[in-house]
Design a protein around this ligand. Structure first.
Ligand SMILES: Cc1cc2nc3c(=O)[nH]c(=O)nc-3n(C[C@H](O)[C@H](O)[C@H](O)COP(=O)(O)OP(=O)(O)OC[C@H]3O[C@@H](n4cnc5c(N)ncnc54)[C@H](O)[C@@H]3O)c2cc1C
Length: 404
């Protein structure tokens, strides 16, 4: 059982504690720890159905459309990801993508778009995807070439999106496109149903820790005007606004992996004996355990600080979200590596919990903005919030405030 005392921190109320305790119980009994089906698509579909039937996907949409709370509550999303990730990376993935794949609709969509797409996602009846990256536009998303041009009363989409999670099993994709008719560096976000003529999944990609991933092609793909999310030309704000909200949840998933790694390590070092005593008695082992525990608490503080800041009224949490994702994913990688070292050779056995965590954590330092990009974001905010006086003195403004 991982440490749960963080739930007493002032970021949370009783509803969060109840969610954590109920989901932990459910995940322990319903999600087979370490399960890995040969058919990753079927495993993901099944997880989405079970998460929906359990009512947990109600966290990813607003109450008006079948959700649990009036608006998306980032603390609840983080708690859910942390707890699911502790049990199974794929369960966390299935939950997270239902949120990321509909976040743009929840935050920026019309009432009609929300009503059409969100209730079924919350029930686990349909699967969502978020299609931003391209082969030549990863960190630099503004280099994207996939385009949407006006045709009659709608739009025609042409181009290719790659590294798309849920490619092939999604029922709908939120697709970000260049909109050349709106001007240079103008973009749009569109909801495209998987069976829309002109959309096809052209390639599947196998990665270090399997999940459905692939390339989605659009060829003369005509969508109605109602498919546009938000205003024409404002798609980049839709993408960044969505990522802003979901980035702390990536940190939360990393936290779940790290807590699991520490538990596995503790179980081992207290029973494995060497040189006449349990490994836990050696001070070098204790130093590692201390480093792991500090990294976990520091990550939790940053993750839930970001979530709380957003939930209590901040419209953007760019700096807080980037810090949470950067620190929690980087330190989880170290915690898992330490756990593996403490397990010795057993840590490397294929399919063992820590070996799986070692592979599961890696992608989190890359997707939704690499660690390097998070550093650029943080430094950009720090510099823009700083004012240099005529005497060379430095003053720091409020987060998000323009330079004085
Ligand atoms: C498992 C997985 C799932 C994914 N799921 C999705 C999804 O569902 N939807 C989606 O749209 N995308 C998804 N992605 C794509 C992901 O968001 C991109 O891989 C990521 O943004 C990085 O882009 P890239 O791979 O093209 O790397 P690049 O942008 O080419 O970067 C390569 C390296 O250069 C570094 N770099 C880039 N720019 C700078 C700079 N200015 N300064 C210093 N270093 C820099 C990067 O940090 C990185 O280390 C997924 C990726 C993975 C691995």
């Amino acid at each position: 059982m991982p440490d749960t005392t963080y739930l007493d921190w002032p970021f949370f109320d009783d509803s969060h504690r109840q969610l954590a305790s109920a989901l932990r119980e459910w995940a322990k009994s319903e999600i087979r720890s370490g399960a890995e089906s040969d058919d990753v698509d079927e495993e993901c579909r099944s997880l989405v159905r079970r998460l929906g039937a359990g009512g947990w996907l109600r966290q990813v949409v607003p109450a008006q459309n079948g959700g649990s709370r009036p608006q998306l509550d980032v603390r609840s999303l983080c708690i859910a990801r942390e707890i699911l990730a502790y049990e199974s990376a794929l369960a966390d993935f299935a939950f997270a993508m239902q949120g990321l794949g509909t976040g743009a609709i929840s935050i920026f969509g019309t009432d009609e778009q929300r009503e059409r797409y969100l209730p079924r996602v919350a029930m686990g009846e349909t699967i969502a995807a978020f299609a931003l990256s391209e082969s030549e536009a990863g960190s630099d998303v503004t280099a994207m070439s996939c385009s949407a041009k006006r045709r009659n009363s709608g739009y025609v989409i042409d181009g290719e999106k790659t590294w798309i999670s849920n490619a092939g099993i999604a029922d709908h994709y939120v697709v970000f496109c260049r909109m050349p008719e709106e001007g240079d560096r103008r973009f749009g976000a569109f909801i495209v149903d998987a069976d829309n003529p002109g959309l096809s999944v052209s390639d599947r990609i196998d990665v270090i820790a399997p999940h459905p991933l692939g390339t989605v092609s659009f060829e003369n793909c005509v969508v109605p005007a109602e498919a546009l999310i938000g205003k024409a030309g404002k798609g980049l704000s839709v993408a960044l606004g969505t990522l802003d909200l979901f980035r702390p949840t990536v940190g939360a998933a990393a936290l779940g992996f790290a807590r699991r790694a520490l538990e596995e390590a503790l179980g081992w070092v207290t029973q494995r004996r060497a040189f006449g005593q349990p490994l836990a008695q050696f001070q070098l082992t204790q130093a590692k355990l201390a480093d792991m525990a500090v990294a976990i608490d520091a990550s939790a503080l940053l993750v839930y600080r970001a979530a709380w800041t957003r939930d209590t009224g901040a419209t953007r949490i760019t700096r807080e979200a980037a810090m949470a994702k950067l620190f929690a994913t980087e330190s989880a990688q170290q915690v898992i590596d330490d756990a593996l070292q403490l397990l010795g050779g057993r840590g490397l056995v294929s399919g063992a919990p820590v070996e799986r965590l070692y592979r599961d954590i890696r992608a989190l330092r890359i997707y939704e903005g690499t660690s390097e990009i998070q550093k650029l974001v943080i430094a950009g905010r720090v510099l823009s919030e700083m004012t240099v006086g005529v005497d060379g003195s430095i003053a720091h403004g409020v987060a998000g405030a323009p330079p004085q």
